[in-house]
Design a protein around this ligand. Structure first.
Ligand SMILES: Cc1cc2nc3c(=O)[nH]c(=O)nc-3n(C[C@H](O)[C@H](O)[C@H](O)COP(=O)(O)OP(=O)(O)OC[C@H]3O[C@@H](n4cnc5c(N)ncnc54)[C@H](O)[C@@H]3O)c2cc1C
Length: 485
């Protein structure tokens, strides 16, 4: 940073953005792309540069074809409960491409002492709702089952602080349920350590069931009834999870097609930020390794918490400290295609989740072609095996061969998958999953307070108010709103 540079807070201005101003958006994942799209829609006069360090837009949303299989390298669906991704697809004119998860084979297996057991009926996330199913499940001992039912009589916690998933589950449902059901189910989604995962940041609805409601079981039953009556009265067209028929990349293609020419700039890695004369100076490493300095009126960073922290270190030290305090984890995904004739198991579920207590080198197996149609040829099945996360970070250091060999062994032992796969594809997403630890909401409140004093700058992405695609889009939309005043 040069000696006469200043911080954006010194030049705070709340005036609306003048016509023809220039805006840099750093990172063309789903957050950056949707921010550019909504910004362009609301202010077509602006000069927007969407700067992406790699040679493809979309971040971890990438779809490829292998031997007539449709392979998602990253996310494979999104929820319609938070409606921003669905709305984006509608705005982009690709709503008619969305398909819901298959009606058949819904549900998941949980591994329990080496055996596959179905999730108890009526159990969603943290809410068991059917007493009969709880009593019958082989996942829990009698002591564990009675402890779950005792939830009906557990008083609410007096102090309303944030708490970890592990602490909350232990209090309400008991240690055995934490180890055998909740840890694999929930921390699989967040690739997280349940002892650290913040309830307030990730599962606030369940906290509310205790704090303002009548507990998990009673509130869960009430919710189920409400949902059933809503679905029958609205004739809901879509399930809770959907994906574009030809894969998640369709959203990225539709978004990039809508951007004005020269908005998206690939192979442009932002290396350094300075704030001078009321404007941002970005040092950008180009494809050719050449450095250029470009100037912009406003800046939106959609990079990971750690990269954002690094970029802001000299120019906004307080913000930098806060974003850097949000840690990241990663995951490796091994995708494989097999013929049904090489598989013993009926594959009557969307997948298998594996508790840490089972001590195996995987988080989960997704049976991708059971979830959505069009992912595999008729006689074949598509598996995605997830490994790593916050609890087994060492697996990300394994080389491709080790990951494939391990995935094949797990498929053989758990689902009776023999023979050679038709194809294998390995992808390693290092530092891609922000970890929402206890106190996360407070950290993000502080980040937003700092940002409110810094009108030339916005930050968005999966590190703040939700990791799911709809919440990234929501975060992008709020950043755009604040950016243009
Ligand atoms: C394995 C996995 C599976 C998931 N599955 C689902 C799912 O099924 N459904 C769901 O809703 N969510 C899922 N998620 C979460 C969701 O996909 C992500 O939270 C979301 O895609 C993040 O988007 P983003 O734009 O914020 O970040 P990213 O996709 O990480 O994009 C950031 C972009 O910034 C670029 N960049 C980085 N540094 C620079 C720089 N210096 N200069 C310029 N550009 C830079 C990167 O190259 C990247 O393109 C999953 C996440 C993971 C890791």
């Amino acid at each position: 940073m040069s000696s006469d540079s200043s911080t954006p807070t010194d030049h705070a201005t709340s005036a609306p953005l003048p016509l023809g101003s220039s805006i840099a958006i750093v990172g063309a994942g789903i957050t950056g792309l949707s921010a550019a799209y909504y910004l362009q829609q609301q202010r077509p006069d602006l000069n927007i540069s969407l700067l992406e360090s790699t040679d493809t837009p979309g971040g971890i949303l990438q779809t490829i074809e292998r031997d007539d299989f449709l392979v998602e390298l990253g996310p494979d669906m999104f929820t319609t409960r938070d409606n921003e991704a669905f709305e984006l697809c509608r705005d982009l004119g690709i709503e008619n491409q969305l398909i819901s998860t298959n009606e058949d084979h819904r549900g998941a297996y949980i591994l329990c002492h080496g055996k596959l057991c179905k999730m108890p009926l009526g159990w969603t996330m943290l809410t068991p709702t059917r007493m009969g199913a709880i009593l019958k499940t082989p996942l829990l001992s009698w002591k564990g089952k009675l402890r779950v039912i005792a939830e009906l009589f557990i008083p609410r916690k007096k102090i309303g602080d944030d708490e970890s998933l592990a602490s909350f589950t232990r209090r309400r449902l008991g240690q055995e349920t934490l180890d055998r059901i909740i840890q694999p189910l929930i921390s699989g989604i967040y690739t997280a350590d349940p002892e650290k995962l913040s309830m307030q940041a990730t599962l606030a609805d369940f906290l509310a069931m205790e704090r303002t409601g009548k507990g998990l079981i009673r509130e869960g039953i009430k919710q189920l009834r409400r949902q059933a009556s809503q679905e029958s009265s609205t004739g809901a067209r879509y399930g809770a999870f959907v994906a574009p028929q030809y894969g998640m990349q369709s959203i990225i293609t539709a978004l990039t097609d809508q951007l004005k020419p020269n908005t998206l700039k690939l192979r442009q890695k932002v290396k350094q930020l300075e704030f001078e004369n009321d404007a941002w100076q970005l040092t950008i490493e180009q494809d050719t390794q050449e450095m250029t300095i470009q100037q912009f009126d406003r800046l939106l960073l959609t990079t990971s918490s750690q990269i954002t922290g690094r970029l802001l270190r000299d120019v906004c030290p307080e913000l930098s400290k806060l974003t850097t305090s949000i840690p990241l984890a990663g995951a490796a995904i091994v995708t494989m295609g097999y013929r049904f004739c090489d598989i013993d198991h009926p594959l009557d579920a969307f997948g298998v989740v594996v508790p840490q207590a089972e001590n195996r080198p995987l988080i989960a197996i997704s049976i991708a072609s059971r979830k959505f149609t069009g992912r595999a040829p008729q006689d074949s099945v598509l598996f995605r095996i997830f490994a790593g996360g916050a609890l087994q970070p060492e697996l990300l250091q394994w080389d491709e061969e080790q990951l494939i060999e391990s995935a094949r062994q797990q498929l053989r032992e758990l689902l009776g998958v023999h023979g050679k796969p038709i194809f294998t594809q390995v992808v390693r997403w290092e530092n891609k999953m922000p970890q929402y630890h206890v106190g996360h909401v407070e950290t993000v409140d502080k980040i937003e307070l700092e940002l409110s004093k810094t009108p030339n700058l916005e930050i968005a992405g999966n590190a703040y108010r939700g990791v799911g695609i709809p919440l990234c889009i929501r975060n992008a939309k709020s950043a755009v709103k604040r950016l243009i005043g």
